[in-house]
Design a protein around this ligand. Structure first.
Ligand SMILES: [Zn+2]
Length: 143
């Protein structure tokens, strides 16, 4: 019985971290491999690795979406993080410089890779600092 350690695989790269010496390294792995013996590149320890391909919640939540303003302007944005406090979004620098997005403004999203992630309801811009803005879901029937 050796050490059996779980490692995450993100974009077909195993996020290796040696349990003995802590050395970190990303390795490309093939799509069908579940188990793999790895020798640490630093201390030489052999580790029985189990590859975990479930996508972490954080990974699921980051991606490109289209943000639609009340005026119907469509802006391609990057969803940075989603929490109970709201959603952090990166907007293009040109939009940030033009100050197109203002606090209190209502926006909607179209998220093609996961339409249910943000739904079709409205969000209000609650903070706005350069390219990173924060939005919070508003009740569908609020005035
Ligand atoms: Zn090591």
């Amino acid at each position: 019985m050796g050490n059996i350690v779980n490692f995450r695989v993100i974009n077909n790269r195993m996020q290796f971290r040696c349990p003995k010496c802590g050395a970190k390294r990303n390795f490309p792995v093939q799509g069908n491999i579940r188990k793999k013996n790895m020798r640490c590149h630093k201390c030489g320890k052999i580790i029985k690795c189990v590859l975990n391909r479930r996508i972490a919640p954080r990974q699921l939540q980051s991606g490109i979406a289209t943000m639609i303003t009340n005026e119907g302007k469509e802006i391609s944005v990057n969803i940075h993080d989603i929490s109970a406090d709201g959603i952090g979004i990166d907007i293009p620098i040109t939009i940030a410089r033009a100050r197109t997005i203002k606090t209190g403004q209502k926006v909607r999203f179209n998220c093609k890779w996961n339409p249910r992630l943000l739904g079709s309801g409205y969000f209000m811009v609650i903070n706005n600092s350069g390219q990173r803005i924060g939005v919070k879901k508003v009740a569908t029937f609020s005035l």
